[in-house]
Design a protein around this ligand. Sequence first.
Ligand SMILES: Cc1cc2nc3c(=O)[nH]c(=O)nc-3n(C[C@H](O)[C@H](O)[C@H](O)COP(=O)(O)OP(=O)(O)OC[C@H]3O[C@@H](n4cnc5c(N)ncnc54)[C@H](O)[C@@H]3O)c2cc1C
Length: 335
Amino acid sequence: MLGFTRRSISSNLLRAVTRNSHTLAFLETSGSTLTPASLSALTAAKEIKKPITALLVGPNAKDAASSVAEFEGIEKVLIQTDKRYEHYLPEQITPLVVSLLQDSSKDISSFIIPASAVGKSVLPRSAAILDIQPLSDIIKVVDPSTFVRPTYAGNALLTVKSTDKIIMTSVRGSAFPPADEKSASPAPIEEIAAVDTDCKTVFISEQLMKSDKPDLSSAKIVVSGGRALKDKATFDSLLNPLAEKLGAAIGASRAAVDDGYCDNSLQVGQTGKIIAPDLYIAIGISGAIQHLAGMKDSKVIVAINKDEEAPIFKIADVGLVGDIYSIIPELTEKL
Ligand SMILES: Cc1cc2nc3c(=O)[nH]c(=O)nc-3n(C[C@H](O)[C@H](O)[C@H](O)COP(=O)(O)OP(=O)(O)OC[C@H]3O[C@@H](n4cnc5c(N)ncnc54)[C@H](O)[C@@H]3O)c2cc1C
């Protein structure tokens, strides 16, 4: 465990965090509900122990607002429903976030956002404009200004204290359980003004991977395949039946993705998704450090590999040494 105290670049920005100051939590919606990563960010926001102002944007914000207002710890829900926010373009969201953080009447001393693709784009942009050092991908709240975050692909943990006037963090979803406690009296909902920008970025289209399987980021069980699966047809024919029996999401190593066995949205690891399901089954995956960075916090890890020296066995709770081409069909059959 490493530890250091960060000093703010410009000391005139320093100010003591006031007792009544708020946390602004930027939460993403999918339809009229919060995304799993946003529910985890809300849990982290509660641990900061300041009243929470939730911010929802886009045309779905209105539908989601009334259910978000019921979560414990939320004191107010701000919504901005303009179409310009529909696709979460960071070039549009950043000016809105910055304007709220600069608004002294809102008295915001903490900002929190999921470490999702949106959070990874909005946090550094907003922090740079405000000359604040953001703390990304936190996995633990020690106190309102001190957080734990992983570094070196999760091989070391930093305990970081911020002295900035606004403490800006993004939250690793797999490190916090989803918020579920509701309050007896829902928070008020306030529509705020959009912020005009000279944004030159225009949304054109998106191609979403549609799947009838559980979402990899939030699935309780993940069946993950590596290079040993040989090709796409083998990957699908071996993993799909097992995943269906278990109601599991499918994941993959980068080698499997690079060799075209599956879509890159299934990649688990340092440069893929970071997940912590209840059960992770690694099939024909060696356990390179970059893969472990994405799954080592899984509650139970099962590894199946023909090489008993494979590094994946060092972190596996259950290890099966053998050929996946006989073990997986047998396991699927027995299930
Ligand atoms: C900057 C950087 C970022 C990276 N990010 C990621 C990342 O996000 N995610 C990621 O996964 N990797 C990442 N990598 C790549 C990583 O280093 C490894 O190359 C990759 O994880 C290896 O994938 P693999 O385990 O499927 O393949 P291999 O390492 O080739 O392992 C295949 C395994 O299958 C076993 N096997 C083969 N045949 C059978 C069989 N019939 N039965 C049973 N077992 C069998 C072998 O014994 C072997 O252990 C990154 C690398 C770099 C440099």
